[in-house]
Design a protein around this ligand. Structure first.
Ligand code: TRP
Length: 375
């Protein structure tokens, strides 16, 4: 197979296999196969044909993004965020294709779709608006069955209805109190704070989560510290340290927004139990080399092994880190009773590489087969 014929599925599933192998998985076939199914019609297209649909999952329209979760307790997980694209893509057709994928995985892995069923008519209207309607996250841990999470878009009926949709979704899941707490802490700055995702774990466990995401335009550390205070008992001093080390300042973060997320569980429906802060590091560095060194410092400070980061980077890309910006897309800090940790989000860059911010570097060609596939 020559480089020009490599399909999106081949390319990204090889990246995923490499990542899983580096993380100590013995079975890399299951993740690769599931990713292939998730990608739908977009997967079979050669990379040289370009994106079938302008997915917002990643900056270059690749409908996949990888992440590597480090739990402070030592556990590791590899995850894939992805969007299913229909053969003749469009907002309605993509939702139909995503529903087929969902049906396949719920049958195969016995995931429960109860909570999905409880809210889907709110979030999946005919003619969905906004940047997406349904995304998935596939979560892989060595020796465990894959887990699946779905993401809905609060803007799907227009941004003016986002709060109403989220409130109604939580009401149906018996979590109205938690909504009020999140509203008071995270949405106090008018239009600058907005709900960005409403996500559900699809497993039948008292600890399976509903996750609410709020994006904070031009926010500084005190704004996100206030957002974190919705969860009792967490060490908020970590937030300033995270922003300084990974983001390079205490704000305001005027590029892509900081995002807060809250985990709500059925076992404790009245208040959020975990807080995470996402920092889109690619907007606050000149290139991925800088992002890498900042993230390494942060990992080291948390007793995590910075060499794991390099192995993960090597698994998805062979390009020099100075030649682009956004292979390291986001970093998140997780705080609270359900476990603390750090997650690093890695772009596939299947279609394109964002140039570094310096003026001097040469433009970077799209990496085709050789880098990760050869590795
Ligand atoms: N690409 C979008 C963004 O950067 C959505 C997204 C993908 C995202 N992965 C994410 C948002 C991780 C927050 C965290 O906003």
């Amino acid at each position: 197979m020559n480089g020009a014929d490599v399909t999106l599925s081949d390319y990204t599933s090889q990246q995923l296999r490499n990542l899983c192998r580096e993380a100590g998985f013995t079975d890399t076939d299951t993740p690769a196969e599931l990713l292939r199914e998730l990608l739908g019609a977009a997967g079979g297209r050669p990379l040289s044909a370009g994106p079938l649909w302008p997915s917002d999952v990643a900056d270059d329209a690749t409908p996949v993004e990888f992440s590597f979760a480090f739990d402070d307790g030592g556990d590791r997980a590899i995850r894939v965020l992805g969007e299913t694209i229909a053969e003749r893509p469009g907002p309605d057709a993509n939702v139909a294709a995503a529903r087929r994928f969902l049906h396949t995985v719920t049958e195969r892995y016995g995931c429960t779709a109860d909570r999905f069923e409880a809210v889907q008519d709110l979030f999946l209207p005919e003619r969905p608006r906004g940047k997406f309607a349904l995304w998935f996250s596939l979560i892989f841990r060595p020796g465990a069955a894959p887990r699946v999470k779905v993401y809905f878009n609060p803007d799907v009926r227009g941004p003016e209805r986002a709060r109403e949709l989220v409130a109604e979704g939580l009401r149906r899941l018996g979590m109205d109190n938690a909504y009020d707490i999140v509203l008071a802490h995270a949405l106090s700055r008018g239009d600058r704070d907005r709900f960005s995702f409403f996500a559900l774990d699809l497993d039948d466990d008292p600890l399976s989560r509903v996750k609410l995401y709020v994006s904070h335009a031009a926010a500084s550390v005190p704004d996100v510290e206030r957002a974190a205070a919705a969860v009792s008992g967490i060490d908020r001093s970590e937030i300033g340290r995270f922003c300084a080390l990974v983001g390079g300042s205490s704000g305001p973060f005027a590029g892509r927004p900081l995002i807060s997320s809250y985990s709500l569980v059925e076992a404790d429906p009245d208040r959020p139990g975990n807080y995470s802060l996402y920092l889109p590091v690619r907007d606050y560095v000149p290139d991925d080399e800088t992002a890498r060194s900042r993230i390494r410092s942060f990992l080291a400070e948390h007793g995590l092994d910075p060499a794991d980061l390099d192995r993960a980077l090597g698994a998805v890309s062979g390009r020099p880190l100075r030649d682009g910006r956004g292979l390291l897309a986001h970093v998140s800090l997780r705080l609270g009773g359900f476990g603390s940790g750090t997650t690093v989000y890695l772009s596939s860059e299947a279609y394109d590489v964002t140039p570094p911010r310096r003026g001097t570097a040469r433009p970077v060609p799209v990496p085709l087969a050789d880098a990760p596939l050869g590795g």
